[in-house]
Design a protein around this ligand. Structure first.
Ligand SMILES: Nc1ncnc2c1ncn2[C@@H]1O[C@H](COP(=O)(O)OP(=O)(O)OP(=O)(O)O)[C@@H](O)[C@H]1O
Length: 736
């Protein structure tokens, strides 16, 4: 059977012809001699290997036919579906060649039969030095420098005098090959030629490549830089998935060489991916899960994240990425097991508690973590338990009388250090906690914890922190029972010490054991912690930082980074986090900030922006309205309903219904929308005063930083357009 490869043009196929294109390609992949396909060469074409094929009466597919060295089955590179005449013109003028400077397969446009490379257009000589914007020419780059890397000389010449990043972004759209667009942007934003050479594997081939040799072209198509725009479609399911969603097709098949490397690389031990919002961390984890399964179909792979909603999204994306992926039937079975961290803990405890299981190990693990009590741990501690415990201890000073404070103390000090009695708590190191505690205060805090534990023990219940801690202990005590060979973790910045310890314990230390993806700027839950304190050691060069944002436009990205400016962030390795170097490969409108005079005015404005977008043809389900609190989210559908706009409030138990979605900024974590309105970002609403004011003084700066991160998370959900609406004074967190 012939092979089908997607090339540039695939992602631009007109929606009306998706179905027919799918039908055409399916038939082609089975048998290219099927009657009705009309695979035909073009008279006088620049490359004798181009073909057109009949999709419908009006539409034609453009293809390049390459003969494999072994066997007689050809590979067809599919370059998109076009109206008849456009297709003929494209097939007539397109040529596939191997770039002599770097061995990458690429498409070149030619006006006539096999043309020589385009002549080098010498750019004008620079004028007198001025203090103007830094162009590539003013930084002493020449066309020859770029040509030596394999850049098209005309393209490079046109880039030398561009004066800002926006202009480079727009210009990069015209690049003759995807790697050239990306590499140009890298160089403009400061990457050295050596870095670019490394990133895109630009090495001069040992011998002059022969572009007429089909087998050589097929090899050159496997170059990681060529794979940014050419990808072999492995089966019918993959074909269907790729064509079903043009956005999806873009990343499904075309990984950046750095992403490809990180998805397939063998790591000698625990590794970390860090990077700002939208830098493709999740995409790498998904591809890595798949690559690990390809490497060993019997491997037990756990793909996990902060909560159930995000885990469901991961599962859907994984199945869309490759419908042939084997999901594991249970934790500890071969295949990919996708679940939130708390679900993993519950699963382990439920198995250990099941009738017939030896309760000895569980009893011991519970005792290690919670002191001696019943090993009944599956029930959930009631939500008001901390408040009740606080009320029961009269000697606690008022400033410590906060559920958030004792919960944090419990999660970051007591549970990870396996403190089970007052003596232990009086001695334990409270590294990283904002509030210092005297001995008397420690004793009072311990009384609260004791009261909390006593009531839960009587109920046979635990909270989620405790479940994670007990499950981790269970595995630490029985290393042979570890249920995974590889663990991949998304949103790691939001995981508490107990949860990270559990993830560490799921898999034995060794090659490819644990890969964590995190972004310190997006920590919106929990406290700052360090990985080494929970036994996770990421050594040497096993931490990689991603800086290219695939989601948001450059304009939205700059706006979101403005939210972070002026504050210092520290990551899971206790290192300062830098937001410099983040960039986007897309350009779009500048975010709009709209002040309003009252709540009524605010609702009118939101309704108006929504109407503007919908009237311009935006898909309703691609619009997100993000609000600071659940109450705001519940109110908004009614307020907009009165203005003739239907929107749906989405929370844990409800999903979207095709209309614009309103949700809390917390709920929007990990999601993305084409257009986003941040609704109600006034001084009275964000930072949320109630999240900060009741905390002891020492814990407030961290809480304020989480509010800042929340706004950053929300602003980075927008792919194309971002609008911020508030009434009264603007939030202090908004960029100035
Ligand atoms: N190589 C690529 N080409 C095109 N799009 C890509 C590529 N890699 C990722 N994307 C897209 O960029 C968007 C962001 O990717 P992803 O969700 O993996 O980022 P992230 O770093 O996990 O983001 P966040 O931290 O905000 O959750 C997604 O829409 C994804 O499909």
């Amino acid at each position: 059977m012939p092979y089908v490869m997607f090339g540039p043009g695939t992602e631009k196929i007109d929606g009306s012809v998706h179905k027919d294109t799918y039908g055409f390609l399916t038939k082609l992949a089975r048998d290219d001699t099927t009657p009705g396909l009309h695979i035909e060469p073009i008279n006088g074409s620049a490359d004798p290997r181009t073909r057109t094929g009949r999709v419908t009466k009006f539409w034609r597919a453009v293809l390049v036919k390459l003969q494999n060295r072994t066997g007689d089955q050809p590979t067809y590179i599919f370059l998109g579906t076009y109206p008849h005449d456009d297709a003929i013109e494209l097939a007539r003028t397109t040529r596939v060649r191997i770039n002599p400077a770097n061995g990458i397969a690429e498409l070149v446009a030619a006006q006539s039969a096999p043309a020589e490379p385009a002549p080098v257009v010498q750019a004008p000589t620079p004028g007198p030095a001025s203090a103007g914007p830094a162009t590539l020419r003013s930084r002493s780059y020449t066309v020859d420098d770029f040509s030596a890397l394999g850049f098209d000389a005309d393209f490079a010449a046109g880039a030398l005098d561009l004066t800002d990043e926006d202009a480079v972004l727009d210009y990069a759209d015209r690049a003759p090959a995807a790697w050239q667009a990306n590499a140009l942007l890298d160089i403009y934003t400061g990457a050295s030629f050596d870095t670019v050479r490394d990133t895109y594997r630009l090495a001069t081939p040992a011998t002059v490549p022969d572009s007429n040799d089909d087998a050589a072209v097929l090899t050159a198509l496997e170059h990681p830089a060529a794979q940014m725009e050419f990808a072999l479609v492995e089966n019918d399911e993959a074909l269907r998935a790729a064509l079903a969603n043009p956005n999806f097709a873009a990343w499904r098949v075309f990984l950046h060489p750095t992403q490809r490397e990180l998805a397939t690389k063998a790591w000698p031990g625990t590794a970390r991916l860090t990077g700002g919002a939208g830098t493709g961390k999740t995409v790498i984890l998904l591809h890595r899960a798949r690559a690990l399964q390809h490497r060993d179909p019997r491997a037990r792979i756990v793909l996990t994240t902060f909560n159930r909603t995000l885990a469901e999204m991961l599962k859907e994306q994984l199945q869309a990425l490759d419908p042939s992926i084997e999901l594991a039937s249970d934790l500890g079975r071969p295949g990919i097991y996708v679940a939130g961290v708390d679900a993993l803990a519950y699963r382990l405890l439920a198995t250990a508690s099941a009738r017939g299981a030896d309760p000895g190990e569980l009893t011991a693990a519970v005792a290690d973590v919670l002191g001696s009590r019943t090993h009944q741990v599956l029930g959930n501690t009631w939500p008001r338990a901390w408040s009740a415990a606080l009320e029961s201890v009269a000697e606690l000073p008022n400033e410590l009388r906060s559920t958030a404070f004792v919960e944090a103390e419990y999660a970051t000090v007591v549970l990870p250090n396996l403190v089970t009695d007052e003596r232990g708590y009086l001695k334990v190191r409270r590294a990283g906690r904002g509030v210092a505690l005297s001995r008397a205060r420690r004793m009072a805090v311990w009384s609260v914890i004791e009261a909390y534990r006593a009531s839960a023990a009587a109920d046979g219940s635990t909270d989620f922190e405790e479940k994670a801690a007990v499950a981790a202990r269970l595995l630490e005590r029985s290393p042979d029972a570890r249920p995974a060979d590889h663990v991949l973790v998304d949103e790691a910045q939001d995981l508490s010490p107990a949860r990270l310890r559990l993830l560490r314990a799921l898999v034995a230390e060794g090659p490819d054991d644990l890969l964590l993806a995190d972004d310190a700027h997006q920590r919106i839950y929990g406290q700052r912690i360090s990985l080494s304190s929970v036994g996770i050691n990421v050594r040497g060069r096993r931490s990689r930082r991603l800086t290219l944002n695939y989601r948001t436009t450059e304009q939205n990205l700059r706006y979101a980074l403005g939210v972070l400016s002026g504050t210092e962030f520290v990551d899971l390795d206790d290192d300062p986090v830098d937001s410099a170097g983040y960039r986007s490969a897309r350009s779009g409108p500048t975010p709009r900030t709209i002040p309003t005079s009252s709540l009524t005015d605010l609702y009118d404005t939101v309704g108006h922006v929504l109407g503007e977008w919908l009237d311009a043809g935006a898909a309703p389900g691609s619009i997100g309205l993000l609000v600071p609190t659940r109450k705001d989210g519940e109110t908004l559908p009614r307020a907009l309903g009165e203005r003739g706009r239907t929107i749906t409030f989405v929370d844990r138990d409800t999903t979207s219904s095709g209309s614009p979605m309103v949700m809390t900024m917390h709920r929007a974590k990990g999601m993305e929308f084409a257009k986003v309105i941040l609704v109600g970002v006034g001084a009275a609403n964000l930072p949320r005063a109630y999240q900060i004011e009741h905390l002891p003084e020492g814990d407030r700066p961290d809480a304020l930083q989480r509010e800042r991160s929340l706004l950053y998370v929300a602003a980075t959900r927008a792919r194309d357009e971002l609008v911020v609406v508030y009434s009264g004074e603007p939030s202090e967190l908004l960029p100035g």
